[in-house]
Design a protein around this ligand. Structure first.
Ligand SMILES: [Zn+2]
Length: 233
C-alpha cells in the first residue's frame, strides 16, 4: 500500500497539493494558507476601512459560498464593519454564515446593486483560474483596457480576495470547514470564446503551473499603474 502524502508543515495526511509551490497541506494548514493569502490580497487591493459596508457577492456554487465563509470567519466579529451577502436571482440562496445579512439582487449588475444597498466595498468570488482566463481573454480579444479592474467605480471599491487561489483549493477549503465532501468543479455558463480561453489556459497550466499566477500579477500591476496612486509620479 502506498504511503499517503504528508503535510509539508505538520506531517499529517495531506488533502491538497500545490504543484506551483511543491507543497502538500493537511486540512488545517490548507484553511490557514487560503485565509492568509486571501487577507494579503484583500490588503493589497483596497483593504478594509473603518465603517465599511461590504457587499459579498454570493452566486450559487462553491466559490460564492467560500467567500461568505471567509468573510464571516475573518470579519463578522468586527463591530466597525457590516457584511451583506448579495445573492443574484436564480441562485439558490446559500446557507448564510453567522454575522451576515442577505439581499436578493435578482439580475441587477453587482456594482449597481452594491451601490444601491449603500456598500462601500464589493467583494467578488473570482478564483485564480477565472481571473487568469479574464486576463488572457482580454488580451486575445484586443481589449487590454479591461485589465484595469478592480478599480473604484463610482466611489465603490472592488476586491477579489481569491484571485491568487486555485478553485480546487477553495473547494477543499470549504469542505474542510463544512465537513461536506468537496464540491465538483462548477459548470461554466460562459460563451464559446470564454470556454476556449479557459481550456487553452488549463492545457498550458498543466505544464507550467505558475502561468495563471503570472497573468493575474500582470493585471494587478497594470491596475496599479492605471489607478495612478498619488505617491507615484
Ligand atoms: Zn498540516
Amino acid at each position: 500500500m502506498m504511503e499517503p502524502d504528508r503535510c509539508s508543515r505538520c506531517r499529517r495526511t495531506a488533502v491538497a497539493h500545490q504543484p506551483y509551490s511543491g507543497r502538500a497541506l493537511c486540512a488545517e494548514h490548507l484553511v490557514r494558507d487560503v485565509e492568509s493569502r486571501a487577507k494579503r490580497t484583500l490588503r493589497q487591493q483596497a483593504g478594509l476601512r473603518h465603517g465599511d459596508r461590504v457587499g459579498v457577492l454570493a452566486p450559487g456554487g462553491p466559490y460564492g459560498e467560500a467567500l461568505l465563509v471567509f468573510f464571516s470567519r475573518q470579519f463578522a466579529a468586527r463591530r466597525d464593519l457590516a457584511l451583506v451577502a448579495l445573492v443574484p436571482g436564480g441562485a439558490p440562496p446559500p446557507a448564510l454564515p453567522e454575522g451576515l445579512e442577505a439581499a436578493a439582487i435578482g439580475d441587477e449588475d453587482p456594482y449597481g446593486a452594491a451601490r444601491r444597498l449603500g456598500c462601500s466595498l464589493l467583494a467578488l468570488p473570482a478564483t485564480l483560474e477565472e481571473r487568469a482566463a479574464d486576463v488572457l481573454g482580454a488580451v486575445l480579444a484586443g481589449r487590454p483596457a479591461a485589465l484595469a479592474g478592480p478599480a473604484a467605480r463610482g466611489g465603490l471599491r472592488a476586491v477579489r480576495p481569491f484571485e491568487h487561489i486555485p478553485g480546487l483549493e477553495l473547494r477543499l477549503y470549504l469542505a474542510a470547514l463544512t465537513g461536506a465532501p468537496p464540491a465538483p468543479e462548477p459548470l461554466s455558463s460562459a460563451g464559446p470564446f470564454e470556454v476556449f480561453v479557459a481550456d487553452e489556459l488549463a492545457r498550458h497550466t498543466a505544464g507550467h503551473p505558475s502561468a495563471p499566477f503570472a497573468l493575474v500579477r500582470l493585471a494587478d500591476t497594470l491596475a496599479t499603474l492605471v489607478s495612478g496612486e498619488p505617491d507615484r509620479c
